[in-house]
Structures are given as C-alpha cells and as structure tokens.
Design a protein around this ligand. Structure first.
Ligand SMILES: Nc1nc2c(ncn2[C@@H]2O[C@H](COP(=O)(O)OP(=O)(O)OP(=O)(O)O)[C@@H](O)[C@H]2O)c(=O)[nH]1
Ligand SMILES: [Mg+2]
Length: 244
C-alpha cells in the first residue's frame, strides 16, 4: 500500500462509536492532509463498523486495525507505530478518540516536528499553568501529583509526562526498541517520553487545552494508576544499569 500524505494520527478506540463518527470527518477537514489510523479493540458498540463506513467516504486516508479484544492502550499504540513505520509516514501523532484532544491542534504539533524544532512535540496540559476543562478537583490533583512524581523520579524535563496527545518524528520510533515497551496505561506515555529523552531526542511542550469527555465512558482504572507508580522506578533503575 502507498499513500501520499506524510503525517498520520493514531487513535486507539474502545467503545467510541459516537466520538469517532465526528472525529474522523473533523480530521479529514483540517487544512493539512493528515491520515488516520484507528486501532480498535473489538469494541462491542460497533466502533469499527463506523470507521469502515467512513473509509468509503475518505478513500485511502483512513486505516483500521481490528484487534480481538481489549488488549490495552500501550500495545494498541505500539501496533499503530509499527503500521506507521511500515507505511513510510514521517510525522506520527497520537490522539484520544473522546475529543479531550482538540483535532485543530494537530497541525501545530506536526509543524513543530516538521520544522525541526523538536523530535517529539508534546501537547501539554501543564506548560502554561493548568489548561484542563471539566475535571473534578480530585482528578486534577491525582494527575498533577502523578506528573510531579514521575518527573522527580525520572528527571525528565517534561511537565506533562502522562500526555497522550503528541507528534513524534519517525526517527524517534525507528530508534526506540518498541518490543521492549512494558507499560500499557498512563505509564505508557511516561515510558515513551523517557525512552525518547534517554535516546537523546528533543521533547518540546506545546500548550493545549484539554477537555474532559462529554460522550462515551472512561476506561481509566486503579490498576492503570498503580502501573505508573511502580513503572517509573523500573525505568529509572533500568536506565541507571544501562538495560533500558
Ligand atoms: N484500542 C484500545 N483503545 C483504548 C483502550 N483503553 C482505552 N482506549 C482508548 O484510549 C483513549 C483514552 O482512553 P480514555 O478512556 O479516554 O481514558 P482517559 O482519558 O484516561 O479517561 P476519561 O477521562 O474518561 O476520558 C480513548 O480513545 C479510548 O477509547 C484499549 O484497551 N484498547
Ligand atoms: Mg479520555
């Protein structure tokens, strides 16, 4: 398969039927031509069927990988990264399906990488104060503390270590050993930033406004939070011993 566009956005989905039906046309209508890859984990609500119908409308620009069941965010992204590398994309973005990430910010993130200002442009909720809309205070405190904790332990110069909205240059993904990635939830984002930083790539935070989802259901769990708590130590210790 060949494609003419050089940027792609990977969107992992689990039960995002309503959201994806609006999100894909929005991305297709952006002034910049950005292809889409949805990695769907067998959503019972038929998310994949919506994507297939949109493939008919936007010929060749929408890709879909269907996995058997809910296998987690980390492996969904790694699968997506491999697809993007195999299909010669130069700028590879990540974005949630639930409109927490504004698709209108995609060109800004891509442009930072394209113009060589950085290797990873991180859509950051914390680089200009706190830019989050509609989160209860408890969630904000949890996220902010998790970020502070991850940043302190790893020493990464990133304020929003758990950011899921970003654009990576293909050279970052070519140089990270994707089969070594261990995390699956929020710590997947921390691990990607850490591995990119340790490999000598530049990360730049680009301020974005993050909105809590208004449709669909959250997949966040205590298990995902706990994974991040111990994963930062594993990453730090492994990097000290040179076995990252
Ligand atoms: N393929 C796949 N996608 C997933 C999985 N878990 C979550 N997602 C998707 O990953 C993105 C982020 O998940 P969310 O449920 O929004 O997580 P969150 O942003 O922490 O939670 P909310 O605040 O409720 O939005 C969404 O597009 C989900 O549909 C999974 O196991 N597999
Ligand atoms: Mg969300």
């Amino acid at each position: 398969m060949s494609q003419k566009n050089e940027s792609i956005v990977i969107i992992p989905t689990f039960n995002e039927r309503e959201n994806i039906s609006k999100l894909i046309p929005h991305v297709m209508d952006l002034p910049e031509q950005i292809d889409v890859l949805v990695v769907d984990d067998g959503s019972p609500d038929g998310t994949a069927d919506v994507v297939k119908a949109l493939q008919e409308t936007y010929s060749g620009r929408i890709h879909l990988i269907e996995r058997e069941g809910k296998l987690g965010l980390g492996t969904a992204y790694v699968t997506g990264f491999r697809f993007a590398l195999d299909h010669s994309y130069l700028q590879i973005c990540q974005m949630d399906a639930d409109f927490s990430h504004d698709p209108d910010d995609l060109p800004r993130l891509i442009s930072e990488v394209k113009q060589g200002h950085c290797d990873v442009a991180v859509g950051s909720r914390y680089s200009k104060g706190i830019s989050i809309i509609n989160w209860p205070l408890t969630r904000l405190i949890l996220s902010y503390s998790a970020n502070l904790y991850a940043r302190t332990i790893t020493g990464m110069p990133v304020l929003d270590t758990t950011a899921g909205f970003k654009c990576l240059s293909r050279k970052v993904l070519e140089n990270i050993n994707l089969s070594k990635i261990r995390s699956n939830g929020y710590s997947f984002q921390i691990e990607m930033h850490f591995r990119a930083w340790k490999a000598g790539f530049t990360l730049k935070e680009v301020s974005i406004i993050f909105r809590e989802r208004t449709e669909g259901v959250s997949k966040m769990s205590k298990k995902i939070v706990m994974e991040a708590v111990w994963m930062v130590w594993i990453l730090k210790i492994r990097s000290i011993f040179g076995i990252l």
